[in-house]
Write a protein that binds this ligand. Sequence first.
Ligand SMILES: C[S@@+](CC[C@H](N)C(=O)[O-])C[C@H]1O[C@@H](n2cnc3c(N)ncnc32)[C@H](O)[C@@H]1O
Length: 239
Amino acid sequence: MNLFSKNAKLKSLLDNLHLENEKQLIFQARSQFNGTDEEFQELLAKYNVYNPIEKGKLLEEYKIKIQSEELALSVSSEMGLFLFSTAMIAKPKIILELGSSIGVSTLYFAEALRQLNNDGYVIATELSKKKCDIIQKNAESSGLDRYIKIFQGNVFDTIKNINEKADIAFIDIWASGYLDIFKAIRHLLKTGSIFIADNMFSAGKDAVPFKEYLDKDETVHNITLDFESGVEYGIILQQ
Ligand SMILES: C[S@@+](CC[C@H](N)C(=O)[O-])C[C@H]1O[C@@H](n2cnc3c(N)ncnc32)[C@H](O)[C@@H]1O
């Protein structure tokens, strides 16, 4: 049984959002690829069977950069289910999400909180006003709005107004900001809090300072999972 599929309305909304996200990514990659359609299809086929670390290198080799203000850049359904499952195990009250885009990962967390029924909520943070409006719309249409608090603006400013300690932090802004945002939210993480950062491989060199910092930090336990676009998975050992 998959607990997530209990909410059919949400599943159908997310299926559409994942599909749209994939189309956007392919369109963006195609616009940066210097070659024929046939060569592009070959590249796509290769990309789909590569493991995460090779995917990052492939994008670098072809100088394809998918970071863009305009795109949703949502987590995949596999990553979403991973976030959902983590929340179901950890039973968090507060989930702090850094970089929510149009709220796909937010919805996976919110559904876990709905099922846990423990008064928990996700703090969703996003720079773009347009994307925040879409998070609100998606949250309402899936009946999950009471589990989501949206903060629009630069997350480095937003964080100054947040006092709640987080049980889970999900870091998904542009990877060049991972280390700074981790330092900025460190006081909001307590012993036992889980932190997860996406795109550790696909972000290439941008994620390296964060990774090197964590590897030397004796107050955390962290590993990089060879999954999706490379996922840093950590636990705070000492506040
Ligand atoms: C990879 S997307 C997040 C995807 C989202 N977690 C999901 O799975 O649905 C990264 C988002 O971070 C936002 N972002 C980047 N830097 C930011 C900042 N300094 N403050 C707030 N949002 C930021 C971008 O606007 C973008 O929408």
